[in-house]
Design a protein around this ligand. Structure first.
Ligand code: GLA
Length: 539
């Protein structure tokens, strides 16, 4: 790593609160089981013990799925006289300490659900005002993971959510063994007309916990009864679409959570299920299966235990893949993997099988490289050699091809490359041969694929000798010949999603009529929160 990258990494780690126990509590995304999508409030001890046995016998535990998490409705409707929550003895006749020990004895951990507000989403007692006592209770029961939902808060302001989740963070961290903290707060601010609060919540969740649910629930198994218009596939694409807006937050120790792998949802094709898994793995998302595990089919177990994809999910760099391009049919994503390897993920949103080719220049590899690389197809396990492009052949409708690219000798040199898009409007930054820029619907053309090298310049593949150039307040941002001494062409990206001109300190903005301008930086404004290739930029 260059000294510059190292220095900036140190800065970013400092920003994110490295001294916090939260930072190291969960070095890899969690893998396991949660009952909600299938059982709702009908969870019980036998379901959990049977599920644990099935996870062992089906090879899921061996593949890394080592958590079983209770969701809503596990307690009685009233607290005990001393104020503590009590498990429902009809559902859990041996009690939760017994269940935690049962799990620990078999190599699993037990997780639990509560709610930051006065009641859970299912109407059971919430933890508001009982934070200390509930944390101590869960810990004394042998539980090591808390999903904290955000229904029924005293009020729905962002500041109240921050206060309550921040308090929980302190309480959990004071425990002899802090609990892993899964925060549902962002989900309560998604999809607003003004996304400032959503972004603000996203700014603090990585400092308080290890994962955060940022958007909708994946569908419960029989959702078509309730929401006949939403297919399982729509739901996956929706949550994936929310997740790709947030890549900049992710790092080892904190993971964006696009929700469960609802494997046995009645409304998926096998290609859709496999895509769900391949995409979640590419994003290094939590892999929490919410399905009736004892009845999973061999085909389902087969893809859920694909060790190559699990290795991508659990990669030590913890990065979310970021978008190279998107055109309505094909999404191409890429990310760095530990050891200098590279991931290439190709999603076919189309309704027919088709092939798609990704040139090396689009995944950040300079075209001057002539040495062949080794490519592993992570579905078939087959190897091939490639030297300037990767072709995903016959990707089924709604299928996802995934490849791991390795160098045969020296590490692959990468310039982060891909789409730059406004995470509110989803318009892509677009260059033109004439030198103007605009925000336009994404079409995967070279004019929308950008390099963001370490020198702080921003160059589109249309002509990489030209750089994004700031011309000052409210004036159009344009493209002009790169000159390494020109401060108008140096940009700084921060985790708030702002791309700031070094010259003026102004922020890249989607102005009226999709104009590209630089304007005074506001706080998390719709017009200025931008996604860049490569996740958090180390420059
Ligand atoms: C919310 C959560 C779900 C589940 C239910 C339980 O909807 O997002 O994951 O925990 O509450 O009531």
């Amino acid at each position: 790593m260059s000294p510059l990258r190292t220095a900036l990494l140190v800065l970013l780690v400092a920003y994110s609160g490295a001294s916090d126990a939260a930072q190291v509590l969960l070095p890899r995304p969690p893998m396991g089981y949660n009952d909600w999508s299938v059982t709702f409030c009908a969870l019980n001890e036998t379901l959990f013990t049977k599920t644990a046995e099935a996870m062992i016998s089906l090879g899921l535990q061996k593949a890394g799925y080592n958590r079983l998490n209770l969701d809503d409705c596990w307690p009685l409707g009233e607290r005990a006289a001393n104020g503590s929550l009590q498990w429902d003895p009809e559902k859990f006749p041996h009690g939760l300490p017994w269940l935690a020990k049962y799990m620990n004895d078999r190599g699993f951990s037990l997780g639990i659900y509560s709610d930051a507000g006065n009641k859970t989403c299912g109407g059971y007692p919430g933890s508001f005002g009982y934070e200390e006592i509930d944390a101590a209770t869960f810990s004394s029961w042998g539980i090591d993971y808390l999903k904290l939902d955000g229904c029924n808060m005293p009020d729905t302001s962002e500041t109240t959510y921050q206060k309550v989740y921040g308090h929980w963070h302190e309480v959990l961290n004071k425990l002899p063994q802090p609990l892993i903290f899964s925060e549902s707060a962002p989900a309560y601010f998604a999809e607003a007309d003004n996304l400032s609060d959503w972004y603000s919540v996203m700014d603090w969740v990585p400092q308080y916990g290890q994962l955060a649910r940022h958007s909708r629930d994946t569908l419960v198994w029989n959702s078509t009864l309730y929401w006949p218009d939403i297919t399982g596939w729509d739901s996956i694409m929706f949550n994936y679409g929310q997740e790709v807006r947030l890549a900049r937050y992710q790092r080892p120790g904190y993971y964006n959570d696009p929700d469960f792998l609802n494997v046995d949802h009645a409304n998926y094709t096998i290609h859709e299920k496999r895509s769900h898994f391949a995409l979640w793995s590419s994003l290094s998302a939590p892999l929490i299966i919410s399905a009736y595990i004892p009845a999973l089919t061999p085909e389902e177990v087969g893809y859920l235990t694909n060790l190559d994809l699990i290795a991508v999910d659990q990669d030590p760099l913890g990065l979310q893949a970021t978008l190279v391009s998107q055109d309505g049919t094909w999404d191409v994503l890429t990310k760095d993997l530990a050891g200098g390897d590279r991931l290439i993920t190709v999603l076919n949103r189309g309704n027919w099988s088709a092939s798609h080719t990704v040139p090396f220049s689009r995944i950040g590899i300079s075209s001057s490289h002539t040495v062949p690389y080794r490519l592993k197809d992570l579905w078939s396990g087959q190897f091939s050699h490639v030297s300037n492009e990767i072709t995903a052949t016959d990707v089924p409708p709604h299928g996802t091809a995934v490849f791991r690219l390795s160098s045969l000798n020296t590490p692959i040199e990468i310039i982060p490359t891909g789409m730059i898009f406004n995470t509110y409007s989803l318009n892509c930054l677009t260059s033109s041969a004439k030198g103007s820029t605009s925000w336009a619907p994404c079409d995967a053309g070279d004019a929308q694929v950008w390099q963001t090298p370490e020198d702080g310049t921003v160059r589109s593949l249309l002509d990489t000798s030209k750089c994004l150039t700031d011309s000052g307040a409210h004036a159009p941002v344009y493209i002009s010949s790169c000159d390494r001494h020109n401060p108008q062409q140096v940009w700084k990206y921060s985790v708030t999603g702002n791309l700031r001109s070094s010259l003026s300190g102004l922020c890249l903005t989607e102005g009226i009529y999709n104009a590209t301008t630089s304007t005074k930086c506001g706080w998390e404004t719709n017009a200025q929160v931008i996604a860049l290739p490569g996740g958090i930029k180390l420059w």
